[in-house]
Design a protein around this ligand. Structure first.
Ligand code: B12
Length: 494
C-alpha cells in the first residue's frame, strides 16, 4: 500500500510570508524554506512499516497529482485550508481516497468532511493506525476522533528520513504540548488541552541528536521548538536545558513573558544555545490585554522583561497583534515607537484574525463583524473582520506603517548598532564562528544590492560593510533584517 502525506502551500503570495524565510534564503542564492510541519514526520513515524510512505511539501516542490498512490493525507491549517481542499478534490477526482487532519480540520470538522473521505479530529496518535487498518479492510470511517490526549512519552520519535531535509533552514522539534491559558484569539487550549504534557528527556535528546546529522553551509542546523511555551513546566524545562547544554545546538523557541522573571532559567537557556525567544506581547495597551484575556501579560512590565532577556544574550522576537477593539489610529505609531525604543530587533506584527474555533471568532460572528470566511485571507496580514474604531483600510495601513517604521534601514541600523556596541552575539559567534570566505562572499553579495534608487538602502550597505569583517556582528541577523525590510515594503493596501 502506498501513502502520500502532503503539506499544501501557504496562500498564493506565499513567497511574501514573513515566516517562510524564502526571502532570507534568496540572499544566499538558496531556495530553502524555513521549516516543515512537524505533523508530517509524526504521521510518518506512526505509519506501520509495511506501508510505503511518500512525503510532499508544496512549499518546496510541486505535487505530482498523477503519481501512483492509494491514500493521501493532508495537514490543514486555516491559511492553507483552501489549497488543501483543492488538492483533496484533485486526488478524489482520480478515485484516490483522501484524509484530512490538523487544527483547521479539527475546528471545522463539518466543513472538512465535504472535501475528504475521512477526517481526523485532534491528535493523530492512537487513531492513525486504526484508520490505516480500516482503509486496508475497505471500511474507512468518515470521522476519527480520540477523546483523550495521548501520553507523549508513549509516542514514537518523528521520522524525518522522508523529508527533503536539505531544503529546510531549520529543524522543528517539540518537547511539550498543551496550554493552561485561554487567550481569546487562540485555539490551542481547545486542541491540545490545558494540561502540559511532555515527552521524556531521553526521547527529546535522541530526537535532537537525529536532527544534528545534517547541516547548512558547513554548520549544524538550528532548531525551532514548536512548543507553545517551552517553559510552561519549569522543572521539566530546567532539567531539559541542563541536558541540552552539552549538545552544542543553536535554537529558538516560544515562551510566555514570565520567563523573564526567572534568572536561573534564562541562564540555562542561554548556556544551552538559545539565541532568540518569541514572546506573544500581543498589545501594549492594557485594555486590549484584558479583553483578549491574556492575563499573564498584565503582570509584567514589557520593557523590563525585554531588557532582562537581552541581558542574558538572547534576542526577544516580539509578536504583536493590531486591530483590537481598543486600537485607534494612534495605536500604530505608539506600537512602532515601543518596538524601536525597546530595541526589539525582530518584531512580528499580525492583524487580529478570528481563527475558527476561537472565542474571538464566536464573539465577532455573534456581533456580525466577520467580513468573510475565505480562509486564504486568514493570513494575518489581511483584514477579515470589522474593526471597532477604525476602518479595515486604516487597519491595513496601520500594519504597513508599523512594519515600515521598525524595518526601515534607518531603524534597523540603529538597533543593530545597539547590539553591536554591546558585543551582544559574543557567545554565539564564539560557538559558531563565521568563516572568512563567507564574510567575503557576504560583502560581495551586499554590493550587488547597490544599483538601486533606494538611498536608505545604499547608506545602510555602506555603513554596515565594515561590520561584515567585524566579529561582533552576526551575518545571518543582517540578512534576515534586510529580508524583513523587503517584506515590509512588499505589503500592499489590498
Ligand atoms: C510551531 C508553531 C508555529 C511556528 C511554525 C513552525 C512550523 N514549521 O510549523 C511559527 C512560530 C513560525 C508559527 C507561525 C504562525 N503561526 Co503557528 N503555531 C505553532 C504551534 C505552536 C505548534 C505547531 C506544531 O508544530 N505542532 C506539533 C505538531 C506535531 O502538531 P500538529 O501540527 O497539530 O499535528 C497533529 C494533529 O494536528 C494531527 N494532524 C496534523 N496534520 C494532520 C494530517 C493528517 C492527515 C492527520 C490524520 C492528522 C494530522 O496529528 C498531528 C500529531 O498529533 C501551533 C500551536 C499548536 N499547539 O498546535 C501554532 C499554530 C499552528 N499557529 C497558528 C498561527 C495563527 C500562526 C501565525 C499565523 C501567527 C501569526 N499571527 O503570525 C503564523 C503563521 C505562519 C504560517 N504562515 O504558517 C495557529 C493556527 C490556527 C489555525 N486555525 O490554523 C496555531 C494553532 C496557534 C493558535 N494561536 O491557535 N507557528
Amino acid at each position: 500500500m502506498k501513502l502520500t502525506l502532503i503539506t499544501p502551500r501557504q496562500g498564493t503570495d506565499y513567497e511574501k510570508n514573513i515566516y517562510d524565510y524564502r526571502y532570507v534564503a534568496k540572499f544566499i542564492f538558496s531556495k530553502s524554506y524555513s521549516g516543515y510541519l512537524l505533523a508530517i514526520p509524526t504521521l510518518a513515524a506512526l505509519t506501520p512499516s509495511d506501508i510505503e510512505v511518500k512525503v510532499t511539501d508544496e512549499n518546496i516542490e510541486p505535487i505530482d497529482f498523477d503519481a501512483p498512490t492509494d491514500l493521501v493525507g493532508i495537514s490543514v491549517r486555516t491559511m492553507f485550508a483552501k489549497r488543501a481542499y483543492e488538492i483533496a478534490s484533485k486526488f478524489r477526482k482520480r478515485g484516490v481516497k483522501v484524509v484530512l487532519g490538523g487544527i483547521h480540520t479539527s475546528m471545522v470538522p463539518d466543513e472538512a468532511c465535504q472535501y475528504a473521505d475521512s477526517i481526523v479530529v485532534g491528535e493523530a496518535e492512537g487513531v492513525w493506525q486504526e484508520l490505516l487498518q480500516d482503509f486496508k479492510d475497505n471500511r474507512l470511517q468518515k470521522v476519527y476522533k480520540r477523546t483523550l490526549h495521548p501520553d507523549l512519552t508513549q509516542c514514537p520519535m518523528p521520522n524525518r528520513s522522508l523529508l527533503k531535509n536539505n531544503k529546510y533552514l531549520l529543524h522543528i522539534v517539540q518537547t511539550t504540548k498543551g496550554c493552561p491559558f485561554f487567550c481569546e484569539f487562540c485555539s490551542v487550549h481547545a486542541f491540545d488541552g490545558t494540561k502540559i504534557r511532555h515527552r521524556s528527556l531521553e526521547q527529546v535528546i535522541t530526537d535532537i541528536k537525529e536532527t544534528q546529522k545534517d547541516g547548512i553551509m558547513g554548520r549544524k542546523k538550528a532548531i525551532f521548538f514548536a512548543d507553545d511555551n517551552i517553559v510552561a513546566d519549569r522543572k521539566y524545562a530546567k532539567a531539559f536545558f541542563k541536558e541540552l547544554t552539552s549538545h552544542g545546538v543553536s535554537w529558538s523557541c516560544q515562551a510566555s513573558i514570565n520567563v523573564s522573571r526567572d534568572d536561573e532559567i534564562l541562564d540555562l537557556m542561554a548556556k544551552s544555545g538559545c539565541g532568540g525567544i518569541l514572546i506573544g506581547f500581543e498589545s501594549i495597551a492594557e485594555d486590549n490585554l484584558r479583553q483578549m484575556n491574556k492575563k499573564i501579560n498584565l503582570t509584567q512590565n514589557f520593557s523590563e522583561a525585554i531588557q532582562k532577556i537581552h541581558s542574558h544574550g538572547m534576542l526577544v522576537q516580539g509578536s504583536f497583534i493590531v486591530g483590537h477593539d481598543n486600537d485607534t489610529k494612534e495605536s500604530f505609531k505608539k506600537l512602532a515607537e515601543f518596538i524601536n525604543n525597546n530595541n526589539v530587533l525582530f518584531a512580528l506584527i499580525s492583524i487580529l484574525t478570528p481563527f475558527p474555533g476561537t472565542a474571538l471568532f464566536k464573539r465577532l460572528e455573534k456581533d456580525g463583524r466577520i467580513l468573510n470566511t475565505d480562509w486564504e485571507r486568514y493570513d494575518s496580514k489581511t483584514v477579515v473582520f470589522k474593526p471597532k474604531n477604525i476602518t479595515p483600510l486604516e487597519l491595513k495601513k496601520g500594519l504597513m506603517h508599523v512594519y515600515r517604521e521598525v524595518y526601515s534601514f534607518k531603524s534597523i541600523y540603529r538597533k543593530l548598532k545597539y547590539f553591536w556596541e554591546r558585543d551582544f552575539w559574543k557567545e554565539q559567534n564564539r560557538r559558531n564562528p563565521i568563516k572568512f570566505k563567507y564574510r567575503i562572499l557576504f560583502a560581495l553579495r551586499l554590493l550587488t544590492y547597490l544599483p538601486t534608487i533606494d538611498f536608505e538602502r545604499i547608506k545602510f550597505i555602506f555603513k554596515i560593510l565594515p561590520w561584515v569583517f567585524d566579529k561582533r556582528i552576526r551575518l545571518t541577523t543582517i540578512i534576515t533584517l534586510m529580508a524583513y525590510n523587503d517584506y515590509a515594503y512588499s505589503l500592499r493596501e489590498e
